[in-house]
Design a binder for this molecule. Structure first.
Ligand code: XIL
Length: 314
């Protein structure tokens, strides 16, 4: 039978799933990941605390493990992420830096990591979650130390290290039209006007039934495509208050179908990545207590209504 990725490929898109390193030892899980999907993203393996645990000391063990799995199973890899306010190493967060010092630290990190994965990843989430929900810049260590110019700097340094890799910004709560996605619209417009290398915007798509479906998803994707960047769902999961029941699972299935159709309706929506594909391995229950059942396969790796809704949409 055709896989989700086979069906997506008929539209010139990919269908992927993130994976965290320990999950590769779950052989049933890894087998289905390798056969059903066409792309993967390391859930944690390429974050700063993993790749540069001591200043100037780089460790690519985890990222390389996922790249090797991906190569063995013909999956594309999205690199995630060069810069984020979470999962930074202690050496970086536990002291104060001057702007020039932190700029040098960021440049060295980006140059090293992007150079290492040149030709191995097709895209990088260069900067992750840099906006607040109200559309103001998040006051992360880079913003407060360097100022807003750190974003353009990071994109330029990534481009220097690999002129071919696609460079993305990536965030949550931007799937629909609203203050936060408007802020990205203005930022990308400005970056483009200044000739800063920016190729895409990643919509994490961490949705929750209890918050309602985001507004005007297709129009939102389209307005970014019209600015001249690719768009993608990069971390899709649709959680619910536990326990799940047939009504919630049907609504979840409907939402997965709607997201898939919105992406297919926009030519520059290049693909969809789930943040893990089964309820067996999902970040949701540990971060949102009482919530879960967010993925199209259940904890026994059996397809849920959401899986059939995605197939139907593709
Ligand atoms: C999550 C991982 O899945 C967890 O294992 C980790 O403990 C925390 O980070 N947005 C992102 C991802 O961009 O990197 C996050 O991944 C989920 C939210």
């Amino acid at each position: 039978a055709a896989t989700l990725n086979d069906l997506a490929e008929q539209h010139g898109r990919y269908f992927g799933s993130a994976v965290d390193n320990p999950e590769l030892s779950d052989t049933a899980y890894a087998d289905l990941l390798g056969s059903e999907f066409g792309a993967t993203t390391p859930g944690n393996g390429m974050k700063w605390d993993a790749t540069e645990p001591q200043q100037g000391v780089f460790d690519y063990t985890k990222g390389d493990e996922i790249v090797a799995f991906a190569e063995a199973h013909h999956l594309k890899v999205r690199g995630h992420t060069l810069l984020w306010h979470n999962q930074l190493p202690n050496w970086l967060t536990s002291r104060t830096w001057t702007a020039d010092q932190l700029r040098a630290v960021l440049k060295n990190h980006i140059h090293n990591v992007v150079t290492h994965y040149r030709g191995k990843v097709f895209a990088w989430d260069v900067a992750n979650e840099i906006m607040n929900d109200d559309g103001s810049y998040r006051q992360n260590i880079f913003y407060t130390t360097i100022g807003p110019g750190y974003i353009a700097d990071a994109l330029r340094w990534a481009h220097e290290a690999d002129p071919h890799v696609k460079l993305y910004l990536n965030d949550y709560n931007i799937d629909g039209i609203g203050a936060k996605s408007n802020a990205y619209y203005t930022l990308i417009q400005r970056l483009k006007a200044q000739g800063v290398p920016i190729d895409g915007l990643g919509f994490q798509g961490h949705l929750a039934l209890q918050y309602g479906f985001p507004d005007e998803v297709q129009q939102n994707l389209q307005r970014f495509a019209d600015l001249g960047v690719d768009v993608a769902f990069t971390e899709l999961d649709i959680r619910m208050t536990l326990p799940s029941d047939p009504t919630k699972l049907a609504e979840q299935a409907d939402w997965y179908g709607r997201i898939t159709r919105a992406c297919l309706a926009v030519r520059r929506c290049v693909g969809i990545t789930l943040w893990g594909y089964s309820d067996r391995h999902s970040w949701i229950p540990s971060v949102f207590p009482g919530e879960g059942a967010a993925l199209p396969w259940d904890e026994y790796l059996q397809p849920k209504p959401a899986y059939y809704a995605i197939r139907e949409a593709l």
